[in-house]
Design a protein around this ligand. Structure first.
Ligand SMILES: *Cc1c(COP(=O)(O)O)cnc(C)c1O
Length: 387
């Protein structure tokens, strides 16, 4: 059988250093807000190319806390609007509504499945305060025009970087170094970013974890306080905060895994390129590269997921399942059709709905073997469509 994602195998590939890291923390006897978290925050900030990284409990909290901080800072107020992609994992949108802000859903670009940046400006109103881009499936969602629109309308840009750890954006002119980096990584492009270290993400912990990355000193200070009961000094509370912290064990685990992230992403791109070269199933739509380079050279996509589309998606998935290939659907129900957002259920977003009907995620990971992806290709290419 070809597993969709073999997390045990990923963990094993880091041994014995993971066990050693966990043991170090267990024996150290200090489990929260200690030196492992401080060291990881420094290392991740430097990797992403930002001034500040604040470790938090998970990716959803990272996004929530950014907007909660902007509310505290008086940059937004309840009922203000945030432009979000209609086609995303629901957590992006939960972070907005949890803060009593109003998500304004915008349709995707059908070649990238990311927010259609050309449609952003027409959704801006006097209440709009921010644009959230989601680097969905690991593909960077960014443009110079987006930066200009945000500047022109005085809007914040928040990145949901949960799926794209390690992805890079290079503008047409090959913009030079930013804080010592020759390229700009996702997580450093907007005013602030939410990062997730959920075990299945490209940089995964052994449990929940997340981080806010930003170059904004004041935002970093407020997020750090909000994540720790609203306190900057023990037993002195400036805000009505939360308890949302990255713990020492997870930070120690992430410090073992971060140095291999680029290599892991290279392996994912290698598999994506093989899929591209070898898959010839009739009717299948494969993901396209983000730039002019070959998929392998293209750092604008880290293939958190390798998502194909097919008009007979359910039959195709069944065919793969029957032949021992695990696949998943990201995602089966769009946010506006969820019961959680019942007031949106009558709205129609045709492109978003088409994506949800047709997408299928093939197995891809840093530990996938050649014989496994070749098997996936063979089964796929044996599929006979009804049409
Ligand atoms: C995983 C994910 C999140 C949430 O991250 P958690 O760490 O699971 O809370 C948010 N947005 C997107 C796009 C995600 O894939």
């Amino acid at each position: 059988m070809v597993k969709f994602l073999d997390i045990q195998k990923i963990t094993d590939s880091f041994e014995p250093r993971l066990i050693e890291a966990v043991q170090r923390v267990v024996r150290n006897g200090w489990y929260l807000l200690g030196e492992e978290v401080a060291a990881f925050e420094k290392e991740y900030a430097s990797y992403i190319g930002v001034k500040h990284c604040i470790g938090v409990a998970n990716g959803l909290d990272a996004l929530r806390l950014i907007m909660k901080a902007w509310l505290e800072m008086g940059l937004m107020k309840e009922g203000d609007e945030v432009i979000v992609p209609a086609n995303t994992y629901i957590a992006s949108i939960l972070a907005v509504t949890d803060n009593r802000l109003r998500p304004v859903l915008v349709e995707p670009d059908m070649t990238t499945y990311n927010l259609d940046l050309a449609k952003v400006e027409e959704h801006i109103t006097p209440r709009t305060r921010a644009i959230m881009v989601v680097h969905l499936y690991g593909r960077v969602c960014w443009s110079e025009e987006l930066e200009q629109i945000a500047a022109r309308h005085n809007l914040k840009i928040i990145e949901d970087n949960a799926q794209a750890a390690g992805a890079e954006w290079v503008d047409a002119g090959g913009r030079p170094a930013v804080s010592g980096h020759m390229v700009r990584k996702t997580g450093s492009l907007g005013d602030a970013a939410g990062n997730s270290f959920y075990p299945g993400k490209n940089l995964g912990a052994l449990g929940d974890g997340g981080a806010v990355t930003t170059n904004d000193d004041e935002l970093a200070r407020v997020v750090r306080a909000l994540a720790n009961y609203g306190s900057t000094k023990k037993y002195v509370n400036d805000y009505q905060g939360l308890n949302s912290r990255l713990d020492e064990i997870q930070a120690a685990v992430l410090r073992v895994k971060l140095p291999r992230l680029d290599e892991d992403n290279r392996r994912r791109r290698h598999i994506a390129r093989q899929y591209h070269n070898l898959i010839s199933t009739p009717g299948i739509i494969l993901p396209v590269a983000t730039g002019t380079e070959s998929i392998e050279e293209d750092h604008g996509h880290v293939y958190h997921l390798f998502v194909i589309r097919h008009y007979e998606r359910d039959r195709l998935q069944q065919h793969l399942t029957e032949n021992g290939v695990q696949t998943l659907i990201h995602y089966p129900i769009p946010p506006h059709k969820q019961r959680a957002y019942s007031h949106w259920n009558t709205m129609t977003f045709p492109l978003t709905e088409q994506i949800h009907r047709e997408v299928l995620s093939l197995p891809v990971s840093q530990v996938m073997e050649e014989e496994e992806y070749r098997r996936v290709v063979e089964i796929l290419n044996n599929f006979r469509s009804n049409a």
